[in-house]
Design a protein around this ligand. Structure first.
Ligand code: ZN
Length: 481
């Protein structure tokens, strides 16, 4: 089995790994590069492989940096199957449509290219096949004698790929999705082929995250693990204190009498935050009722998917759901889907809370609110997620002032707070526990999806404490397992 890293190598976006077993070729994820102009240019570059030569794509979860180039893949000839869990399939459609709308907006305003059309998104949706956790996808044995010539199956459907367990033979390839507890429907993916067993972590959920279940343990006897390392050098505040931390931060912000702005990733982080606020305001009455605006059409759309797939909830959310609580609705919460509704937020007197995307403030409605309130000493900006290099969120987090917002220089006079407990990603301790927690540690670990200091710090600890050979991957690195 050969693995080639074509994204998220020494950076946190653009996840895309090519897997080759004999004449079979797959991708694990096909994500968009994000954050900064240079990264956006990379999305428009041709793939370093022929999309038509791929049999399948296995999708770990619906975040844009893991799925954003799927429409480009079909546009450039991919005719295979896209395997994902049911919530991932519904969410990825929302995410791709939102990304398309953002590209069209940027095209009108700035002349940036629109990388794909709505028809390509429809084709992605049509190529998706639902996978259950723990039920293997079985792909008939590869021809190990000859690696396929590139493009030899151009235009053909993914012949011979099936989910039929009855046809399982010794040399068949088995692909199993396991719950990784990152966002609803997220998975780490195990591929067994040619006597080898490899796991792709996707993004690993934070400990004690609400709604989603805990990360399943790693399968034993792994020949290789491809693992994310976003927070490979960071330790979060205890996840079990997350509700107390939210309570404290929200109260402190409200006492100042200004606006509390929370830039939030539309998927998962926002739903978790709404879930926690529902607990604090509606169930436990620990926070006062104030106007709270969920100012993100995408997050509002994703809320519907979260309501629909309650069978994916963890124990606590299931208990509350079965007790009749609407987990995502409480007094004060207003969903502002349209632009007109969004504009009316300005007229509502403070104190008020605005939750809006984009999570790294590199676009979306949060930018409009930032333009208005960053310079207000009474207001607060609460950062709850990862801020990639080159984004407005990162600039503010690093203490820069003034900053450029929609072409204007704005002094940062509001209070800026950042909390890690709400991160959707595992920290260094959880990564080490997960990688070293099985009966036997993986023979080899390839670290991707991290900025170099994070990946390198994790690699060092893996080697020093668990004796694992860990490599921080470079773009284009090809390894044999
Ligand atoms: Zn993710």
């Amino acid at each position: 089995m050969f693995l080639t890293f074509y994204g998220a190598a020494r950076e946190v976006t653009g996840s895309c790994t090519l897997v080759e077993v004999g004449d079979k070729r797959f991708l694990v994820d096909c994500g968009m590069f994000q954050g900064g102009h240079f990264n956006e240019v990379k999305n428009a570059e041709p793939f370093p492989f022929d999309p038509a030569s791929l049999d399948a794509v296995f999708v770990t979860h619906a975040h844009l940096d893991h799925i954003g180039r799927l429409p480009l893949l079909v546009k450039q000839g991919f005719r295979g199957t896209i395997y994902a869990t049911a919530p991932t399939i519904d969410l990825l459609e929302l995410i791709l449509e939102d990304a398309h709308a953002v590209m069209e907006y940027d095209h009108r305003k700035l002349g940036h290219p629109v990388l794909y059309e709505r028809e390509d998104i429809a084709q992605v949706r049509g190529a998706c096949r639902k996978v259950e956790y723990g039920t293997p996808v079985v792909i008939p044995a590869p021809d190990l004698s000859s690696p396929r010539k590139r493009g030899s199956r151009r235009g053909q459907a993914a012949v011979g790929i099936s989910l039929l367990d009855s046809r399982l033979r010794g040399n068949d390839i088995k692909v199993v999705f396991h719950d990784v507890g990152h966002i609803l429907g997220s998975a780490f993916i195990e591929i067994r082929a040619n006597g080898k067993r490899v796991v792709f972590s996707g993004d690993i959920g934070n400990a004690n995250a609400p709604i989603v279940r805990d990360t399943e343990p790693l399968p034993p006897e792994l020949d290789a693990l491809v693992c994310e390392s976003t927070y490979g050098n960071r330790i979060h505040e205890s996840g079990s204190l997350r509700q107390e931390i939210i309570e404290r931060e929200v109260l402190a912000a409200l006492r100042r009498g200004g606006v509390l702005m929370i830039p939030s990733f539309s998927l998962e982080r926002t739903q978790e935050l709404i879930y926690e606020l529902n607990n604090l305001i509606d169930r436990e009455h620990r926070l006062p009722v104030v106007p709270i605006f969920l100012d993100s059409p995408l997050a509002i759309g994703a809320l519907k998917v979260y309501r629909q797939y309650h069978q994916y909830y963890d124990e606590e959310a299931t208990r509350l759901f079965q007790g009749g609580d609407d987990l995502f609705q409480f007094p004060g919460l207003q969903l502002t889907a349209t632009t007109e509704e969004s504009k009316r937020i300005n007229q509502v007197p403070a104190p008020k809370i605005i939750i809006a995307g984009a999570g790294m403030m590199n676009g979306g409605r949060i930018v409009h609110h930032a333009l208005r309130y960053l310079s207000d000493p009474k207001s607060t900006l609460l950062i709850i997620g990862y801020q990639a290099a080159g984004t407005l969120g990162r600039e503010i987090l690093e203490g820069n002032s003034p900053v450029t917002v929609m072409g204007e220089r704005v002094p940062v006079r509001c209070r800026v707070r950042a909390i890690g407990a709400l991160s959707a990603h595992a920290d260094q301790e959880k990564l080490l526990d997960w990688i070293g927690g099985g009966l036997a540690t993986p023979k080899k670990v390839y670290l991707n999806h991290g900025e170099p200091p994070a990946s390198e710090a994790l690699a060092k600890r893996l080697t020093a404490e668990l004796g694992i050979k860990a490599t921080v991957v470079n773009h284009g690195l090809k390894v044999e397992v």
